[in-house]
Design a protein around this ligand. Structure first.
Ligand SMILES: [Zn+2]
Length: 388
């Protein structure tokens, strides 16, 4: 799969993606109860994104049909939350959310401008985590092949730290649940920000390989995710960071993906993927500076599907509402792969970004920097996996 004319590709070549009918059981997580616990209206991590993704997918007929299930879930159990977070943190979070001030809460990022305390925030975080976990367990049981929780993807939350709009790290808890069941997990984070919370949770373990592609940490939150951060002890070589320069566009991104991510996945041989699908690397995102179109997301998901392993996909960042909703709906469409040929061609153009013009100078600069980064990552990580 790829552009038929890469030399003059406009990077919005939707026509090359022709999905075919596949026999795949797909689970879409949706809870009306979670939607009733919204974030503050002006908060970037607005829950409207998940609701509108569902509405768009539904309006296209992508939430019905053979093999497709839409399900709610229960809030995560405390014992699941404690897999990644300390009892002290969970207590401080719950108390703060209930309006009981805890002296240690501020030091944990609770009540900061990025992670405000508001009515229902604890319940929201625990509920969203329950949905991601429910999907993970359905995958584990072999009941579905792919799943998507657009209300998940809180990859910045740490053991005792709320950070970057994230309170409970649902994706880390899901990865751990899968790993504890004996699965080899590849956690792939394509959010524009470094997936620090998940990387840290598995920094010393080899049973979850974390791979994060993100904007250069020297210019973007959270300021971590450098090439040299490769894990420690048993986890050395199993934490992979691919920092990308400002202005990285589709081809630069996909080159890095093909040169690094695909061989690492092949060498590692995962049983299951967890994909944090933040859509904030899209061109036009107000909080970041990459310039992807949805073509890259289609390509990434398609490549992962090619490994023939279960995929748990979550939402994440994405602060240009319209673009995020289209990216997630399209991502779901690709993930479940239910092309209804009888319905005629899918109007992809409505789900992809406008063409992104990339000036020659930017092309050259990004290309050169990405190539250098690719070489650095290879040098640091490939030897651990018998690659060169
Ligand atoms: Zn992000």
């Amino acid at each position: 799969m790829g552009c038929p004319d890469p030399a003059s590709c406009c990077y919005s070549c939707w026509a090359v993606y022709n999905l075919t009918m596949v026999d795949r059981n797909a689970l879409f997580m949706y809870s009306p109860e979670l939607e009733s616990l919204p974030y503050p209206e002006d908060h970037p991590f607005n829950t409207k994104r998940a609701r509108r993704t569902r509405e768009l997918a539904e309006s296209r007929g992508w939430l019905s049909g053979p093999g497709i299930q839409v399900e709610a879930a229960e809030p995560a159990a405390r014992m699941d939350l404690k897999k990644v977070h300390s009892a002290r943190y969970l207590h401080a979070f719950k108390s703060s959310a209930e309006g009981v001030w805890q002296s240690e809460a501020m030091g944990m990022g609770l009540g900061s401008s990025d992670c405000p305390m508001f009515e229902g925030v604890f319940d929201h975080a625990v509920f969203a985590t329950g949905m991601t976990l429910f999907a993970a367990r359905r995958l584990l049981a072999g009941e579905v092949d792919v799943a998507f929780n657009p209300s998940g993807g809180f990859h910045h939350a740490g053991r005792e730290q709320a950070s970057g709009f994230c309170y409970i790290n649902d994706v880390a808890i899901a990865c751990l649940t899968l790993a504890d069941a004996g699965k080899r997990v590849v956690y792939l984070d394509i959010d524009v920000h470094h997936g620090d919370g998940v990387a840290n949770a598995f920094y010393g373990r080899a049973d979850v390989m974390t791979i994060s592609l993100h904007e250069d940490p020297r210019v973007l939150f959270p300021g971590t995710g450098f090439v040299h951060e490769i894990g420690k002890g048993a986890g050395e070589g199993y934490c992979v960071n691919v920092p990308l320069p400002i202005g990285t566009y589709d081809m630069g991104y996909q080159n890095a993906f093909e040169a690094l991510v695909l061989p690492l996945i092949k060498a590692y041989g995962p049983d299951v993927f967890v994909l944090e699908f933040g859509a904030d690397a899209l061109a036009g995102d107000p909080l970041a500076h990459l310039q992807l179109t949805n073509n890259t997301y289609v390509e990434v998901i398609t490549q992962l599907l090619g490994f023939g392993k279960p995929i748990l996909m979550t939402g994440g960042g994405g602060y240009q509402m319209e673009n995020t909703v289209r990216a997630w709906a399209l991502g779901w469409r690709v993930l479940c792969g239910t092309a209804d040929e009888a319905a005629g061609p899918v109007p992809w153009e409505a789900l992809l970004d406008e063409e992104v013009e990339i000036p020659d100078l930017q092309r050259e600069t990004v290309s050169r920097t990405v190539s250098q980064t690719v070489e650095q990552v290879k040098e640091k990580v490939f030897p651990y996996h018998g690659l060169s």
